[in-house]
Ligand binder design. Structure first.
Ligand SMILES: *Cc1c(COP(=O)(O)O)cnc(C)c1O
Length: 412
């Protein structure tokens, strides 16, 4: 008899995006005329095409693959040297952060890395995560058997939830209890909040004191506009001893469909064996990568490398300015509609409080039916997301302006 992984059966079936898709489909079938003016500000996917520097690098790399002399088969599992050097040099060393080339592990996505990292961490760890949160952190821990069942409200037994509310500026407070692993995501999806240098310093100090590890998801670091806000956890002294950073080319370079990201695993990061010895995690992550992964394709790594050329950097800046211009338009529109608005300053997401007496899904239905706009209900990201909805800036300027206008026509 073959057994399945029972942990998968603990996952909540009514997952956020399928439920949104179902409601949108039903609305479009019932209202074919309104469906024509539907604008999607829901899923966090980019809308602008790949930057020209990336397209040129892709074409060139494909041509190399087409000739015997320049063809490449399997590459290094952890990424080509040319890309690891470009990353370590441009994202870290040029910013005064000490990261070596071989501490960079190139992958096909941060989503995958955030889940895969659990392979090298012990099952006995006490795990804390922000609420609301990117659902991947929770679900991968459920799959790995790190939780009990979910309660009525969707919270899993065994996880420590760190509430992120308007009261704490959507930045998780340091827990009173001792935890071993903490997921932090700044700039944040879904709230658009960022953590200050002082707040991150408190987290690093907490981690060092408790010999805990911070899993720092910086997928949106390119959207930071405030010069005082850290782009990397390694800007904080001591972070090399307690943090793993996840970064992605999805949101800066428009790689959501091209797939390339990286994890920074400092060699100085240690964790305990079950008999209490401390040892480096770097060799374990290298072993995991070389055993379970065969690397990102050569053309895609060349494409990612092109993001670090002067043209590439200028084009990424243009993309970010486009999306952040949308964010400003949407923030203004939501404010003019009388709504309480957060985020959208250092992140492409606007986090909006629902009017009194309206919950997240009611707001979703009203905005869909009356404004023909798809947003994301905050409750889908966790208990503390209830009473909010997320508007994404990933759109054309014309759509952002139209959404801003329509929000003001709603009578709550
Ligand atoms: C989009 C996103 C990522 C990037 O995931 P990829 O797999 O690299 O596309 C990572 N974390 C968060 C919170 C995101 O929203």
């Amino acid at each position: 008899m073959a057994y399945l992984n029972d942990n998968y059966l603990k996952l909540k079936s009514g997952y956020l995006f399928p439920e949104i898709a179902r409601r949108v489909r039903e609305f479009c079938e019932k209202n074919p005329e309104s469906a024509k003016r539907l604008i999607r500000c829901g899923i966090g996917d980019v809308t602008e095409p790949l930057p020209p520097a990336v397209v040129a690098a892709l074409h060139k790399a494909v041509d190399e693959m087409a000739k015997r002399e320049t063809f490449r088969g399997y590459g290094p599992e952890q990424g080509y040297e040319f890309l690891r050097t470009a990353i370590a040099q441009n994202d870290y060393r040029s910013q005064g952060i000490d990261i070596a080339d071989d501490e960079i592990f190139v992958s096909d996505g941060s989503k995958c890395d955030c889940g895969n990292i659990l392979d090298i961490l012990g099952a006995q760890n006490k795990i804390a995560m922000m609420d609301p949160v990117y659902p991947v952190y929770v679900d991968t821990n459920v799959m790995a058997g790190h939780t009990g069942a979910a309660n009525e409200g969707g919270a899993y037994a065994g996880l420590v939830y760190l509430p992120c509310t308007a009261a704490n500026g959507f930045v998780a407070d340091i827990p009173k209890e001792k935890v071993d692993i903490v997921y932090l995501c700044y700039p944040n999806n879904p709230t658009g909040a960022v953590a200050t240098r002082d707040q991150l310093t408190n987290w690093v100090q907490y981690a060092l004191k408790n010999k805990a590890i911070l899993l720092y998801d910086a997928a949106y670091e390119a959207y930071i506009t405030d010069p005082a806000v850290p782009h990397s956890i390694y800007e904080i002294p001591g972070a090399r001893e307690c943090a793993i950073e996840f970064r992605s080319f999805s949101k800066n370079g428009g790689f959501t469909g091209t797939r390339c990201a990286f994890t920074v695993m400092p060699k100085s990061l240690m964790a305990a064996t079950s008999d209490g010895r401390f040892t480096s995690l770097h060799p374990l992550w290298l072993r995991r990568s070389t055993t379970k992964f065969n690397g990102v394709s050569y053309p895609v790594q060349r494409a990612a490398e092109a993001l670090y050329t002067p043209e590439g950097k200028a084009q990424v800046k243009g993309l970010i300015e486009h999306y952040m211009g949308n964010a400003q338009v949407l923030r203004k529109g939501a404010k003019a509609a009388g709504l309480n608005v957060f985020g959208g300053v250092n992140a492409p997401y606007i986090w909006v409080e629902t009017p009194a007496g309206v919950n997240s899904w009611q707001a979703f239905d009203r905005i869909l039916n009356e404004a023909n706009v798809v947003i994301t209900p905050g409750s889908g990201f966790g208990k503390n997301g209830e009473g909010f909805f997320r508007i994404s800036s990933f759109n054309s300027r014309a759509n952002a302006e139209e959404v801003a206008r329509r929000l003001q026509t709603l009578k709550w």
